[in-house]
Design a protein around this ligand. Structure first.
Ligand code: SF4
Length: 375
């Protein structure tokens, strides 16, 4: 059977960033130990159903997974390999924030088989970092990269946020050139309702022209620096595309472990008696997840809180969206509005070759509108 991916969610952060609406909370003492026990129980539940399939990628995300101590991480990874089957060539990524990684911790992570690090640098400008409510500064970001290299990491991603008022994108691009990571994810700052940032009057979304100018500048500079722009928000040096993210974009199966984690299986969720392709979400907050997962041993109760069954229409639309995010593109036979296809080609927003339609870089800036109108 096709290999699949595993996403592990660690829902803890020292302090909430001002723009964040991810599922994370500050941990109490002992919270993380109990949480690890709950994840071990959840992983055991999947053994009878998935141990005959190989895992091609594991992503430990959050939250701030680098808050985990080496021993906690060791328990977690050991428990994945006890319950499930990991491919020899597996990509294991762990997210880390600059303030929570020491040289010792990085060494321990590397020794445990974590072979890809994703560092949430967000910016190389201290003023920008402060305005986002980040608790690290640019100096600690440079230091984190140096420590990661010394620990043996040869596959590093950095996350950078753009679209922040007063941000100088040239400074960010210069920072990237200085540290030369193998992979960079550029995320446009979205101001989520209810976050402290949404109350801040100076944070306003860019207008379409400014956004396009910024996006094209990032694209051009990154290409000139030797990166491949292989997905709307992602750039990689040759051979360093993210296996885990590619699995999402190719609509591959993935198991979600931990509070608030999502999973998706085209083959259905037989462990809860479902044969149709479906997505699921685990219980949140962590206390609800822990209670469910710890009571699951022996009685086969999965800590799932919501399931969404996907019909053919939903599948087609997802395929279109996901394929257009990368250079894979989509067959023109799926296009409903052929007249518009011609107009968009003339405007340089899409390109059509051999019955295959791709977005151009300019088209990626207005992707949602294009997909809605064309399909
Ligand atoms: S580190 Fe990430 S998950 Fe944690 S509060 Fe900041 S943005 Fe949210």
């Amino acid at each position: 059977m096709e290999p699949y991916s595993v996403y592990i969610h660690i829902p803890y952060c020292k302090k909430k960033c001002r723009y964040c609406n991810f599922l994370s909370t500050a941990p109490e003492v002992k919270d993380i130990d109990t949480y690890i026990e709950a994840m071990k129980s959840e992983l055991r539940l999947y053994k009878p159903f998935l141990s005959n399939r190989e895992i091609k990628s594991i992503f430990i995300g959050g939250g701030t997974p680098s808050l985990l101590e080496p021993d906690q991480l060791k328990q977690l990874i050991a428990s994945i390999s006890l319950s499930l089957t990991i491919k020899n060539t597996v990509e294991i990524t762990m997210e880390a924030n600059p303030e929570s990684i020491s040289a010792e911790k990085l060494k321990a992570m590397h020794n445990l088989g974590i072979n890809r690090l994703s560092i949430g640098l967000q910016s190389f400008d201290d003023t920008v970092l402060k305005s986002l409510g980040r608790i690290h500064n640019a100096e600690s970001s440079f230091a984190a990269i140096e420590k990661a290299r010394s620990a043996g990491f040869r596959n590093i991603n950095v996350d950078v946020i753009y679209g922040i008022p007063s941000q100088d994108i040239t400074k960010e691009l210069k920072g990237i050139k200085a540290i030369t990571p193998e992979h960079v994810s550029f995320y446009y700052l979205t101001i989520e309702q209810g976050t402290p940032l949404s109350m801040d009057k100076i944070f306003k979304p860019l207008n379409d022209d400014s956004f396009q100018e910024l996006y094209l500048k990032i694209h051009e500079e990154m290409i000139a620096t030797g990166y491949d722009h292989y997905e709307v928000s992602n750039f990689a040096k040759k051979g360093f595309q993210s296996v885990h993210n590619m699995n999402y974009w190719q609509r591959g199966d993935y198991l979600g472990i931990g509070s608030g984690a999502h999973g998706f299986f085209k083959t259905g969720l037989p462990w809860i008696g479902m044969t149709a392709q479906a997505r699921y979400e685990n219980a949140y907050p962590p206390s609800a997840y822990i209670e469910k997962a710890l009571s699951s041993d022996g009685n086969n109760v999965f800590p799932i809180s919501r399931v969404e069954v996907l019909d053919m229409d939903a599948e087609t639309l997802e395929n279109i969206f996901l394929s257009l995010r990368t250079w894979k593109g989509i067959g023109t036979n799926l296009v409903k509005n052929k007249t518009l296809m011609k107009h968009l080609t003339d405007d340089g927003l899409i390109q059509v070759n051999d019955d295959k339609l791709n977005l151009t870089v300019k088209g990626m800036c207005v992707m949602d509108g294009i997909v809605t109108e064309l399909f």
